[in-house]
Design a protein around this ligand. Structure first.
Ligand code: NAD
Ligand code: SER
Length: 326
């Protein structure tokens, strides 16, 4: 199907890295708001089994020439930059993680100046915090000494966002996502991925071997909440967005034991076991257990809706009806 560029919405939005865990769902939500032809999905390759409901471009964000061609072709006014290596994958190739996570962001921020984008969205992560950060109810402003390459790129990225806002007036907005849990797409190589895999394994095999230890508490958020928060931040009047590095955002905090107990309420006989010596344990141990998101609540009215059991019920119901394999 051929897409004809329309001018009904004033905004034309490019989502970079649209095939991933967040992009798959975010594109759907953005298209509901702005119209299908105004939201251009892009990734390294066309998604397998993709429907043809909106424009898609093959784009490697490290290819600046192609990126700018797309910006001009669709008269892009906003970019959501989701392309990145996540924590566990990044540890396997720290040079490339630095290249992709930093150059991709610089390319988008520079284009925001040149092409006068109305807004840019770039997600940060709880990985900006490190082992010297207070772990419980981690404040917005605190010690930040990340010791993973992923966290280092997110910390540097936050500084860049604030710099481009102050120096060039780029309206860049960001959230430090906790681990995100959703059923529509597989997670892409993070430390919090276990909290998605566990639901699939529970339904398939009634058991799960977890790569994190039983009492590893991490901040998490259900995808519908994450999408709502993202869109809410992006719709907030610019003067109310007072933090231009990235906002702490909190939803649920739980351990593998907690999620297993929640699943057991819906699946009789579910069991969890624990794998030892997984490298992701050290990453998890360096991150907060819970997050204080007072500023997001005060500045733009953030409020999460799903607790652990509500998320579990929804995940299990939807995975059992869907064909997605993780
Ligand atoms: P993901 O790994 O699921 O998706 C990333 C997408 O980017 C993939 O589809 C991949 O093909 C694409 N991509 C990779 N290299 C690219 C390139 N060079 N050019 C264009 N596309 C490329 O990741 P996600 O979970 O959707 O995360 C998106 C963003 O949100 C990332 O910045 C991530 O750090 C951040 N984040 C995610 C979580 C989470 O729990 N999912 C938590 C905190 C922050
Ligand atoms: N979910 C992400 C990860 O584990 C957190 O940024 O990498």
């Amino acid at each position: 199907m051929q897409f004809i560029y329309q001018t009904m919405s004033k905004e034309n939005i490019l989502v970079v890295g649209s095939n991933g865990q967040i992009g798959t769902e975010l594109v759907e939500e953005l298209r509901k708001i702005y119209g299908e032809s105004h939201v251009i999905a892009s990734d390294l390759q066309k998604p397998i089994g993709a429907d043809e409901r909106g424009p898609f471009e093959i784009l490697d964000i490290l290819d600046k020439v192609k990126f700018e061609e797309i910006v001009k072709k669709y008269q892009i006014t906003q970019v959501y930059l989701l392309a990145a290596l996540l924590s566990a994958t990044a540890e396997k190739n720290h040079h490339f993680a630095w290249k992709l996570n930093m150059e991709g962001l610089l390319t988008v921020l520079d284009a925001a100046v040149t092409y006068k984008f109305s807004k840019v969205y770039w997600p940060s992560s709880i990985a900006v915090f490190g082992p010297t950060t207070p772990r419980v109810n981690t404040p917005q402003y605190t010690v930040m000494e990340p010791n993973t390459i992923y966290g280092i790129t997110k910390q540097a990225g936050e500084r860049l966002c604030e710099y481009y806002f102050n120096k060039f007036g780029v309206d860049v907005r960001s959230i430090r996502y906790p681990g995100l849990i959703g059923w529509k797409a597989a997670p892409g190589g993070g430390t919090t991925d276990y909290a998605v895999h566990i639901y699939h394994e529970a339904l398939k095999n009634k058991k799960y071997e977890c790569f994190l230890s039983a009492n590893t508490a991490l901040p998490m958020l259900y995808m519908p909440d994450a999408l709502r928060g993202t869109l809410q931040l992006m719709e907030t009047e610019a003067s109310k967005v007072k933090i231009r590095s990235s906002y702490n955002l909190s939803g649920i905090s739980f351990t593998p034991v907690d999620i297993a107990q929640s699943i057991s309420k819906y699946i009789d006989g579910f069991t969890i076991s624990y794998k030892e010596n997984d490298p992701r344990q050290a990453i998890a141990d360096s991150w907060p257990a819970s997050i204080d998101d007072t500023y997001a609540r005060e500045h733009w009215g953030w409020k999460h809706e799903y607790d652990l059991d509500a998320m579990t019920k929804d995940m299990l119901e939807n995975i059992s009806k869907s064909v997605i394999v993780v």
